[in-house]
Design a protein around this ligand. Structure first.
Ligand code: NAD
Length: 453
């Protein structure tokens, strides 16, 4: 690891990766590599957890292609030296800010959208002119292997290199000195990464998870609410960091909501064979999820096929905040529904839990929307929609508090891999003697005139 990083550092110090032409060439190369190997990518992800081509293209590859396109289109603007004003005290001078790459970066990915979550930060790091060591999640072993094969066989390893492995290999990497660590995963492992980075004073971005609520108020468009909720929850069999984790529904519409919700789930016919559902990633997660299904609270679903790693979309009702399913992020196809009688207390309940990555509000009332947006802290979210805010690269994506630190996508991604170097640039033909000794009363009164406090 040490050698690899030091080779990347030596290469970074040649300054080649800083050239915009180089950055664009490498982004084009990655784009072409992914496009010409889509079949390999589809096969690998299908063998990991039977994710379909449609879902892989729409929720992973299309987002990566869009990121590359955006980065190429905007790179000159993002990387431009920015002139800023100079204050009187520094007169005469120019002031400007130079965006420069941080250096050798480590990107640690998660398994649930393995291509998108691993490579989107890599694209941002490349656009910003860095070298990158990439550590995909070992839980999606085939997608990790295919990313390693494609990248390591086609890129200069002093520029981009995939290192495969689990906890020991990641720990080894974390013991090294990087110039930036970008981590996607659980808050628990996020803390380990943060501690390791602190030892080297390495800046980090942590993209974590949490229990993202959906609030369904009595004045919402119920039919549309149910449709969008069901899609966002059961996409990828619920293994989505921004999936609605649980629903708070106003008690006056709770029964109608449950009825429509069930009808929508049945209509969608979520089956792996249909291509609109995936397997649970491994036996450990299947076991963990099955423990969260309280048989007495099943409103719909609950069927489990362990050998197929299948859990039927499951709706739990009469759930309380004390139930096991409400203690941690679910990260699977189980939807607890809790009814509330007044919005104030619903907001208080949400605020007792750590700040989530997302929050979804289904309402037609401007006041309700404004109240929730003001009173609940969360990473980002949507009104009358789920999940789709992540697909707008103008919206920085990230958590707050327990759900993460920093954000990316679009220009925000470029920024997290960039240092903004501030420069005061002074000519030498003139010098105002005010700051130099001897410090006299006259000088002091001139300084006060300049400062005008
Ligand atoms: P995880 O934290 O278990 O693993 C993430 C990465 O950390 C993997 O590459 C893994 O190899 C590594 N890792 C695991 N244990 C480690 C240890 N002890 N020391 C060092 N490295 C270790 O997360 P996961 O199971 O892959 O993903 C699920 C979690 O990630 C959920 O909480 C989910 O919400 C979150 N997530 C967040 C986002 C986001 O964009 N914010 C996206 C996807 C997933």
């Amino acid at each position: 690891m040490n050698q690899l990083i030091s080779k990347q550092r030596t290469y970074f110090n040649t300054h080649e990766t800083k050239e915009l032409k180089f950055r664009i060439e490498q982004l084009n190369k990655l784009d072409a590599l992914l496009k010409s190997n889509e079949n390999l990518l589809y096969e690998a992800i299908y063998s990991d957890f039977k994710k379909s081509e449609f879902d892989t293209y729409t929720t992973e590859l299309a987002l990566l292609y869009q990121d590359i396109k955006d980065a190429k289109k905007n790179l000159r603007k993002w990387a431009k030296v920015e002139r800023v004003g100079t204050n009187m005290l520094n007169f005469p001078a120019k002031s400007y800010i130079i965006p420069e790459p941080l250096g050798v970066c480590l990107v640690i990915g998660a398994w649930n959208y393995p291509y998108q979550l691993t490579l989107a930060p890599v694209i941002a790091a490349m656009a910003a002119g860095n070298t990158v060591i990439i550590k995909p999640s070992e839980l999606a072993a085939n997608t990790s292997a295919v990313m390693a094969k494609l990248i390591n066989e086609n890129f200069n390893l002093n520029y981009l290199k995939v290192v495969e492995g689990g906890i020991p290999e990641t720990t080894d990497l974390l013991n090294q000195k990087f110039d930036k660590i970008f981590f996607t995963g659980s808050p628990q492992v996020g803390k380990i990464v943060y501690q390791a980075a602190a030892k080297q004073l390495t800046p980090v971005t942590l993209e974590l998870g949490g229990k993202s609520p959906a609030i369904v108020t009595e004045d919402c468009n119920l039919k549309m609410t149910v449709k969008r909720l069901v899609w966002g929850k059961f996409l990828n069999a619920g293994q989505t960091c921004v999936a609605p984790d649980y629903v708070l529904v106003h008690k006056s519409i709770a029964q109608e909501f449950l009825k429509l919700l069930t009808a929508e789930i049945k209509k969608e016919n979520f089956l792996v064979e249909n291509g609109n559902y995936t397997q649970i990633i491994n036996d450990r997660n299947l076991e963990r999820l099955s423990q969260l299904i309280d048989a007495d609270k099943i409103y719909y679903g609950g069927e489990i096929n362990a050998s197929e790693r299948y859990i039927q979309p499951t709706v739990l009702h009469n759930v309380t905040f004390d139930d096991a399913v409400m203690q941690d992020e679910i990260f699977g196809p189980i939807l607890p529904v809790i009814s509330y009688s007044d919005l104030e207390s619903a907001i208080q309940q949400i605020n007792k839990l750590p700040a989530p990555l997302s929050c979804y509000v289904f309402t037609s009332s401007k006041n309700t929307k404004a109240k929730i947006l003001k009173e609940i802290s969360f990473g980002g979210g949507a009104i009358n929609e789920t999940v789709m805010h992540i697909a707008n690269s103008n919206l920085p994506f990230g958590g707050v508090g327990n759900s993460g630190l920093g954000s990316y996508h679009g220009e925000a991604g470029f920024k997290v891999f960039t240092h903004y170097k501030s420069i005061l640039d002074k000519p030498t033909f003139i010098e105002l003697p005010l700051k130099y000794y001897p410090h006299t009363h006259t000088k002091m009164s001139w300084i006060k005139r300049f400062l005008k406090f």
